[in-house]
Design a binder for this molecule. Structure first.
Ligand SMILES: Cc1ncc(COP(=O)(O)O)c(C=O)c1O
Length: 322
């Protein structure tokens, strides 16, 4: 299995960034009394940076958009944000300069851990950034199962908030899926319709038309899906956001999962139903990667968030790697 989302987590990088300071990875600790542990109070973003084709410039995809979403997650959980967008990017740049190696991309997890406070009183959070290198080759198509675990309703555990707590159920679904021999699982919502995968959104395609559930079906307001929608638009591929029944998922011609790490990973099978791997989604995936690697620019003004490939590191300024 070459599911990049899992592999990156097995690394032990040299450093992490804590409130803008580089700290040896093993020295980053959290107190047992922190609300991040006792009440699962942490929100985060996963960001991806890409080398260009020449391996000369490493650029971060849409950090402002991620920062804005992190601020929204924090606001909904009443967690104060004590750093600017500029400080956020500077911290990732400093980490990239230490951890980046030639021939591998980097994925950043930027987490706000609530370290002080009690039931909303005197809340203070630390921004901890970790980063993991990723292979640049295409991942294998994945095999998935529909989970018996579900995404909670917005008034129970909102999928719109990118909180660590949301991944408790995702973890159980992933473990069950792995035990059944699958790479990942599709989670349904309270109504039995498709919500999302454990760490990505679900897209299907029929006769060249792409469909994905809207955020109100219980999925994260995905940046990748929004970019893919624009890519489809520019390719002349119809793209629709609407509810998807379980049976519609199973009989679709093509299926894929979309997310910062997954990019657009093709799905070969869900619960023994097979999908084509050489159709519209493969074409959209290739066009998306053209944008990420700087081979093509999209109309950023048409996107619902601030989209920019921000140059973080130039070849020659990287450290020794992890
Ligand atoms: C549960 C979940 N849904 C969807 C996504 C896709 O969101 P994005 O494209 O913003 O990474 C992710 C990945 O971050 C995720 O963890």
């Amino acid at each position: 299995m070459a599911h990049t989302a899992s592999l990156s987590q097995l690394q032990t990088p040299k450093y992490a960034s804590v409130n803008g300071e580089l700290v040896p990875y093993e020295d980053v600790t959290i107190h047992i009394g922190a609300e991040a542990l006792t009440r699962a109070l942490s929100v985060f973003e996963g960001l991806k940076g890409y080398w260009d084709d020449q391996g000369a410039v490493f650029s971060l995809r849409a950090p402002r958009w991620h920062y804005d979403r992190l601020c929204r997650s924090a606001a909904l959980f009443r967690i104060p944000i004590g750093f600017s967008y500029e400080e956020y990017v500077a911290a990732m740049r400093a980490l990239a300069e230490e951890l980046l190696v030639t021939g591998r991309d980097l994925w950043f997890r930027t987490t706000l851990y609530v370290v002080e406070g009690h039931w909303g009183e005197a809340t203070r959070a630390d921004l901890v950034i970790t980063a993991f290198t990723q292979a640049m080759h295409d991942p294998e198509p994945m095999r998935m199962g529909v989970s018996t675990w579900r995404r909670a309703a917005d008034v129970a555990l909102p999928a719109r908030v990118k909180s660590s707590a949301n991944y408790v159920i995702a973890r159980l679904a992933r473990i069950d899926a792995n035990r059944l021999g699958y790479d990942d699982a599709v989670l349904l919502n309270d109504h039995g319709r498709v919500a999302e995968a454990t760490g990505a959104c679900v897209l299907i395609a029929n006769r060249g038309r792409v469909v994905t559930p809207p955020t109100t079906e219980g999925c994260l307001d995905s940046i990748t899906t929004a970019v893919l929608e624009q890519v489809c638009h520019e390719l002349g591929v119809p793209f629709e956001r609407r509810a998807i029944d379980r049976t519609e998922l199973l009989v679709a011609e093509e299926c894929g999962v979309a997310g910062t790490i997954s990019e657009l990973t093709l799905i070969s099978e869900i619960d023994t139903f097979d999908y084509a791997l050489d159709g519209t989604l493969a074409r959209v995936r290739a066009a998306y990667l053209d944008v990420m690697r700087g081979r093509h620019t999209i109309d950023a003004a048409a996107l619902p968030g601030e989209f920019e490939m921000v140059d973080l590191v130039r070849q020659g300024s990287t450290g020794s790697g992890s």
